[in-house]
Design a protein around this ligand. Structure first.
Ligand code: ADP
Length: 305
């Protein structure tokens, strides 16, 4: 399709850094409040099985973020040969340790380990990435839960830039358990009209062209091109792809500038917010430990603690 010549828009670049500064202050206040209520000082454990460069990069960003807001981070490294029962034993030990507030099992796991079988064993009260069946189910039912950090951060970025969700057509590309699927649920809760697209979607551009907001987490550089998007749309790019020595998202960022109303850059858009939501979820898990349930974890999501 040939794109008609059109007016160039002043595209807003939705950087995560401004929101990140606010979130850090709020998290520090939440930790002080948690301790004042008799909670324990929050500690996050990340579990890495084998070696994986992208998981290690994410862990490094978690380390920086948690240290900065005053959350202890303990990295655990297990051999690539670790079998399912040994990993499950480790998770049970972390569940039972009152000093540990939150546990994140870094993905992807080596291929001999089934993530679903492993995650069934993680205590929902310590599930800071919101991917146990309990937290995922509660999210889909609209009940308080620990929410997956990437999509939750995306929603907060939209809110920060005062981009309305209610009544908008939103096209969510990707249906992974950590990004696309929960993103669709969160957008629906905010009264967006959501279409979920995935690898088997026939004619992806048909759906993206109808959308006021397009969110992408597909692991495909330049999956969303200017021809696929309505002029004036909003693009939320969760993609992280290594191209040579460059990090790029899933949208053709340069091509979309001047055409869309707003777009998140990669790096520097949704990324800085993700690790902070994870840090805040660790504090929320501290409240869950104190209460013995998940009913009030979302009080940490609201600044008015
Ligand atoms: P992430 O963890 O970043 O969400 P996954 O690899 O788990 O990544 O999931 C990728 C998702 O992207 C899948 O749901 C898949 O269906 C979707 N996807 C991948 N390629 C395409 C494509 N060409 N068009 C639409 N969706 C795609």
């Amino acid at each position: 399709m040939i794109r008609k010549a059109q007016e160039t828009l002043m595209t807003r670049i939705l950087k995560g850094s401004e929101l990140a500064t606010t979130m850090r202050t709020e998290i520090e206040a939440s930790i002080a409040d948690l301790l004042a209520r008799g909670g324990r000082s929050p500690q996050l454990v990340t579990v890495l099985v084998g070696k994986n460069p992208s998981a290690e990069a994410y862990r490094a960003s978690i380390e920086r973020t948690t240290t900065r807001v005053g959350i202890r981070h303990r990295p655990i490294e297990l051999l690539v040969t670790t079998n399912e029962s040994a990993l499950i034993r480790e998770i049970h030990a972390l569940n039972a340790d009152p000093e540990i507030t939150g546990v994140l099992v870094l993905m992807p796991l080596p291929s001999h380990l089934n993530p679903h079988a492993v995650l069934e064993h993680l205590s929902p009260l310590k599930d800071v990435d919101g991917i146990t069946p309990t937290n995922a189910g509660r999210l889909h039912l609209g009940l308080p839960s620990l929410r997956p950090s990437t999509p939750q951060g995306g929603i907060e970025l939209l809110d920060h830039y005062e981009i309305q969700i209610e009544g908008k057509n939103v096209c969510v590309i990707g249906r992974s358990n950590v990004v696309g699927r929960p993103m669709a649920s969160l957008l629906m809760q905010r009264n967006g009209t959501v279409t979920i697209c995935h690898r088997k979607t026939v004619d992806l551009p048909h759906f993206t062209r109808q959308a006021d907001i397009v969110t992408i987490a597909a692991g495909h550089p330049s999956l969303v091109t200017p021809e696929m998007v309505r002029p004036g749309a909003i693009v939320l790019d969760f993609g992280v792809n290594v191209l040579g020595d460059k990090l790029v998202g899933d949208a053709d960022f340069d091509g979309l500038i001047g055409m869309v109303d707003a777009i998140t850059p990669v790096p520097g858009g949704t990324g800085p917010v993700t690790a902070l939501v994870l840090a805040r979820n660790t504090v929320a898990a501290g409240y869950a430990a104190l209460a013995g349930n998940l009913d009030h974890v979302e009080m940490v999501h609201a600044p008015q603690l």
